[in-house]
Design a protein around this ligand. Structure first.
Ligand SMILES: [Zn+2]
Ligand SMILES: [Zn+2]
Length: 139
């Protein structure tokens, strides 16, 4: 497993203490190629530190969200997923029927973002978005 990079250095910069458990949670997030759930993170951490409680995972995720280091997106069906904010902007179309997740082109949302700013003076946080509906197969 790689050493976690970005998130760790940002946390230490801001004076947060890094326990081995916290480092494992950060590695799990940074090493997941796509999204990861709190439960999946917990499963990885508890394999190495059997005394870790899942609330430690939730607390760490809360901290990372507050610091803007991870994004949290609800992909429906109770699937809340995390990934490092540094992995950039991306969006999903989620089928309510079969649960399929389709990547959505960023360009489609940049026009929405500027329209919201123009019409509502509203600066939308469109870093990681899930739009729900029905996919072509289920239509
Ligand atoms: Zn995503
Ligand atoms: Zn579908």
């Amino acid at each position: 497993m790689n050493q976690p990079g970005d998130i760790v250095s940002k946390l230490t910069e801001q004076g947060y203490r890094l326990t081995p458990q916290r480092i494992m949670i950060l590695s799990a997030i940074e090493n997941s190629d796509d999204h990861i759930s709190a439960e999946e993170i917990y499963a990885q951490v508890v394999a190495k530190y059997p005394n870790v409680n899942i609330s430690t995972v939730y607390r760490t995720l809360e901290l990372l969200k507050r610091l803007g280091l991870v994004t949290e997106t609800d992909l429906g069906g109770g699937r809340v997923r995390y990934h490092p904010a540094a992995k950039g902007y991306h969006h999903h179309l989620v089928c309510r029927q079969c649960g399929a997740i389709i990547a959505l082109d960023e360009a489609l949302l940049s026009s929405l973002k500027s329209a919201l700013l123009r019409e509502y003076k509203f600066s939308a946080d469109l870093r990681h978005l899930a739009i729900f509906g029905r996919c072509a197969k289920c239509d």
